[in-house]
Design a protein around this ligand. Structure first.
Ligand code: ADP
Ligand code: NI
Length: 217
């Protein structure tokens, strides 16, 4: 099986599927995650082909874009069968995609090095400058405020606040973004996460300074 051909086919398929998405799962997210997955796979000595293919297909099964997670996963399985991806690689890709999505950080650790690589790459795109941009874009799409000083930073979304739809872009940093650094699986992922994390901390400091009009004093 020609791996390069398969990756190109997957790229074309995913591009078509996600072209019109505005919820933060757009094609460019996939492109960035795939690039990072490739880099981390090489640094960590993981199977680069499996990591790239799983990264390309990782959001096709997302619950937000499908009637259910199962329906989404079936779509991925169908694609792998149609393209005659080798059985063990296909099973590995399916296993990666079904286990990596963030569930409040309470899901069991992922099983293989390749799954660790793809999960790190996906999480890295949720932090740093990219993560900040995606968070504000998502909040706008949802109709949330960017910040509400009356809403103290929360690290968990409570049922009450969820019911009232009271989240803000800035609050999402505390709910999720600032936690991701400690959830990295690989050394490469951790190194990149450290740098992106400290950028977010500087960003928040500056954000509050500007909010109060105290900056550059
Ligand atoms: P992922 O691609 O990691 O599965 P999600 O589907 O949870 O991420 O969300 C897509 C993007 O939107 C991510 O960058 C995420 O951090 C951000 N996001 C998710 N929920 C919120 C929220 N309530 N407010 C702001 N940003 C959010
Ligand atoms: Ni993703």
């Amino acid at each position: 099986m020609d791996e390069q051909w398969l990756l190109n086919e997957a790229r074309a398929y995913v591009k078509k599927q996600l072209e019109t998405d505005s919820s933060g799962h757009d094609w460019w997210h996939i492109e960035r995650v795939t690039r990072l997955a490739r880099r981390i796979a090489m640094e960590e000595g993981a199977d680069v082909f499996v990591c790239e293919l799983a990264a390309l297909l990782h959001d096709i099964a997302d619950e937000k874009l499908n009637p259910s997670m199962e329906a989404g996963l079936r779509k991925v399985r169908d694609w792998l069968e149609l393209h005659r991806v080798q059985a063990d690689a296909a099973a590995h890709v399916m296993q990666i995609i079904s286990t990596i999505s963030f569930k409040g950080g309470h899901n069991p650790p992922v099983a293989t090095k390749e799954a660790q690589v793809v999960q790190d790459a996906d999480r890295l795109d949720a932090i740093g400058a990219m993560g900040i941009a995606r968070t504000f874009a998502y909040a706008g799409w949802k109709g949330d405020l960017m910040y509400d000083p009356g809403l103290p930073p929360r690290t968990e979304m409570t049922r009450e606040s969820y019911r009232h739809g009271k989240s803000t872009a800035v609050n999402h940093f505390y709910e999720k973004l600032l936690k991701l650094k400690n959830l990295m699986n690989t050394d490469s992922g951790r190194r990149i996460a450290e740098s992106r994390h400290s950028f977010m901390e500087r960003y928040l400091d500056q954000f509050y300074e500007e909010w109060e009009g105290r900056d550059a004093k």
